[in-house]
Design a protein around this ligand. Structure first.
Ligand SMILES: [Zn+2]
Length: 60
């Protein structure tokens, strides 16, 4: 449960957890969190994950 988004645990993910964030479109960033954006499942980086948690899903 702990550190599920860090270290060895993310090596098995596609591209070792790196990709393009579905919200801020940053490239080659670790996208470890899944969120629904405009009704679509998207993977987002930790910054966007925090922003969405804070209820700022609409703002980019
Ligand atoms: Zn992002």
């Amino acid at each position: 449960m702990s550190k599920s988004h860090r270290g060895k645990g993310i090596r098995s993910l596609v591209n070792r957890g790196r990709g393009t964030c579905g919200r801020c479109k940053k490239e080659n960033i670790k996208v470890l969190y899944e969120h629904e954006i405009d009704g679509q499942k998207a993977t987002v980086c930790k910054f966007c994950n925090a922003a969405i948690k804070n209820g700022k899903a609409a703002a980019v």
